[in-house]
Design a protein around this ligand. Structure first.
Ligand code: ADE
Length: 415
């Protein structure tokens, strides 16, 4: 049983998935191994991820490894209905459509949990949170989980610290082959891509304000700057602020940036980063976009409460009329790269999802010896994925000689 917008959209979704698969060589190698080994035979995997083409390929890879798949989205605006339909045709149990209400979103998470999964793959930790609050009767069956994103990892670490986490979770986000590429180059490109597709406006010559200088903010600032924007960074962490300054960006408080920004992009993982006070001093025509996991970085209630009127003026653009000026919100303040685009590029998700696939297998193999806490991915897994990616790109690198290894491991050698 599945519930999607329109099953007749499947052929389009299948084409999108075929395109994505072509550009995910590392995940394809893992798929070939899974096909032979069948590591997930008899195992049900419950997934809550942004349901677009690359995610479909991850789910298909796990299915080829013998898993039964129950999948939903992890954001009401990021599901691609054609891909969801294609996943049903491929034999998955799918509960997701673009534009779900909040209530439907939680109904769909619950539907996935109804399959009594053994392993969870989550993005943002909503599925794991639901298991620990309203579906605790299912906890005993869970071997463990894998978490995709910074925001989810922060929530899970908080759960583990207070002793509330009831199964081991692999922190996929902090793999080097994830955050250095997905968070930085992925968000850097896809957030700008979402904004450009939606607005059809020029970046060059604009003041682009990037809130947050974590790996996502770094990527967005770098790409906006490369396209000719004058980039302003806002931060609360002095080390990151200093780094942004020395990377060549203007750094200031949001209350100062608000007055001069043309485009605002939030990447902080925190709430109320742009509030009514900021909105009231913004320029006419300022554009607001969020690239963080949740839609609370730009305070939408504030925006509505100070507006006299609001209307949709273009697909994915809402115009808020404040009387003396108009502000524009993209993708309802939800993840702009997914609500207004196709998410991160395939080559980047190749590595992120290779980490997910191998982490799920790691859980299957090791769950009996793991504690109920958040684990880093094994470093060997990181190295393997980087090596496979380099190979797929035709890049060869040097190896240490025996003499060099000896030199590095013997502290007397330097003298
Ligand atoms: N596609 C699938 N999951 C994604 C994510 N977390 N970020 C961007 N694009 C994605």
């Amino acid at each position: 049983m599945s519930k999607v917008r329109d099953i007749n959209l499947a052929p389009e979704g299948e084409l999108k998935m075929e395109w994505a698969k072509r550009h995910m060589p590392v995940l394809n190698l893992i798929r070939e191994e899974f096909k032979v080994e069948k590591p997930f035979k008899g195992i049900t995997i419950g997934m809550a991820l942004h349901l677009e083409a690359k995610t479909g390929i991850l789910a298909e890879t796990l299915m080829e490894g013998g898993a039964k798949i129950a999948i939903t989205g992890c954001n009401p605006l990021s599901t691609q209905d054609d891909v969801a339909a294609a996943c049903v045709k491929k034999g998955m149990n799918v509960y997701a459509w673009r534009g779900e209400t909040n209530e439907e979103y939680y109904e769909n998470l619950n539907k996935v949990l109804d399959y009594n999964p053994d392993i969870i793959i989550d993005d943002g930790a909503d599925l794991i949170f639901l298991l620990h609050t309203q579906r605790r009767e299912l906890l005993d069956n869970i071997m463990g989980g894998c978490e995709e994103t910074t925001t989810g990892v922060i929530r899970l670490k908080a759960m583990a610290e207070e002793g509330s986490l009831k199964f081991p979770v692999i922190n996929v986000n902090d793999a080097h082959t994830k955050y250095l590429f997905d968070n930085r180059y992925g968000t850097g490109q896809s957030a700008i891509d979402g904004i450009l597709r939606t607005t059809n406006l020029l970046i060059a010559g604009k003041n682009v304000v990037v809130a947050g200088y974590g790996w996502c903010g770094r990527g967005v600032a770098m790409r906006a700057s490369g396209m000719g924007a004058s980039v302003i960074v806002t931060e609360v962490n002095p080390i990151r602020a200093l780094e942004a300054k020395m990377d060549g960006f203007r750094v200031m408080k949001m209350e100062d940036a608000a007055k001069i920004g043309d485009i605002f992009i939030t990447t902080t993982g925190c709430k109320d980063v742009i509030n009514a006070g900021h909105m009231l001093i913004m320029k006419d025509g300022a554009i607001l976009a969020n690239a963080g996991h949740f839609d609370n970085e730009i305070n939408k209630e504030d925006l509505l409460s100070i507006s006299k009127d609001y209307k949709v003026v273009r697909f994915n653009i809402e115009e808020y009329d404040l009387g003396n000026k108009k502000l524009y919100l993209l993708g309802e303040g939800r993840l702009v790269n997914l609500a207004c685009g196709d998410g991160h590029p395939c080559e980047v998700m190749d590595m992120s999802f290779a980490n997910q696939a191998l982490s799920a297998k790691y859980i299957r193999d090791n769950h009996e010896n793991l504690e109920n806490r958040v684990y880093s991915i094994p470093y060997e897994q990181d190295l393997r994925i980087a090596s496979l990616k380099l190979k797929s790109m035709g890049v060869e690198i040097d190896e240490l000689t025996l003499e060099q290894r000896k030199y590095l491991s013997d502290w007397r050698e330097g003298t």
